[in-house]
Design a protein around this ligand. Structure first.
Ligand SMILES: [Zn+2]
Length: 216
């Protein structure tokens, strides 16, 4: 059956890392609306809005999700990372899910100070996409990918401290209400996001694998 996994959590909670593990181990495609939107840089308006830490309009994002999930590799389901972020988007996803099947949500609770370090410490290899963190998962050599000696790690432009503050405010007002929304329909699974990556994954995997039997 087809499953739609929605990974929720504050900025920096580790949604991208878990989405990548689920993709690698369970084979579901990882759909990061942030990555897709970043790739659509020619649409200058999208870029400007994102760079300011605000949310892109619901219509634009649902369009991106609709197009991407229409592809063949999404037939058995997919993982959404960074969507939905508002109640309106969640309802748009319901419509989409009616044609597809299943709808499961993970929420991860992590203290804010940890989250900020997770974001400002984040570094990515421009070659392989591996994600490091100078506080929690440093590369063997400062600022250099373990697999790609000589390749300097990159900081995402929207990971600066003042932009993070805006993202947290946006998260509180727009995204936190989604937790209630999914809770009410018994589709919310909570995972302690402060554990190590592998432990978090071990909690998530059975939920994703047997997602059909409802909320934990
Ligand atoms: Zn690399």
């Amino acid at each position: 059956m087809s499953k739609i996994i929605v990974l929720m959590g504050a900025p920096g909670a580790g949604k991208g890392t878990q989405a990548r593990l689920i993709h690698e181990r369970l084979g579901l495609p990882q759909i990061s609306t942030g990555d897709i939107l970043r790739a659509l840089r020619e649409a200058e308006e999208i870029h400007t809005t994102q760079a300011e830490g605000r949310l892109v309009s619901d219509d634009v994002v649902i369009g991106v999700v609709r197009d991407r999930t229409a592809r063949d590799d999404c037939r058995n389901g997919y993982i959404l990372d960074g969507f939905p972020r508002t109640l309106t988007q969640a309802k748009m996803l319901e419509d989409l899910a009616l044609e597809q099947e299943g709808h499961h949500v993970h929420s991860r609770d992590v203290p804010v100070d940890v989250l900020v370090k997770r974001i400002i410490g984040r570094r990515t290899c421009p070659v392989c996409g591996e994600i490091y963190n100078i506080y929690f998962k440093p590369p063997k050599t400062d600022e250099v990918c373990d697999q790609h000696p000589g390749v300097k790690l990159k900081i995402r432009p929207d990971d600066s401290e003042e932009k993070i503050r805006v993202r947290f405010q946006t998260y509180e007002t727009e995204t936190v209400p989604l937790t209630d929304y999914y809770q009410e329909s018994n589709r919310l699974h909570r995972v302690d996001g402060e554990q190590q990556t592998e432990r978090i994954y071990r909690e998530i995997e059975p939920i994703v694998a047997n997602g059909a039997h409802g909320a934990a």
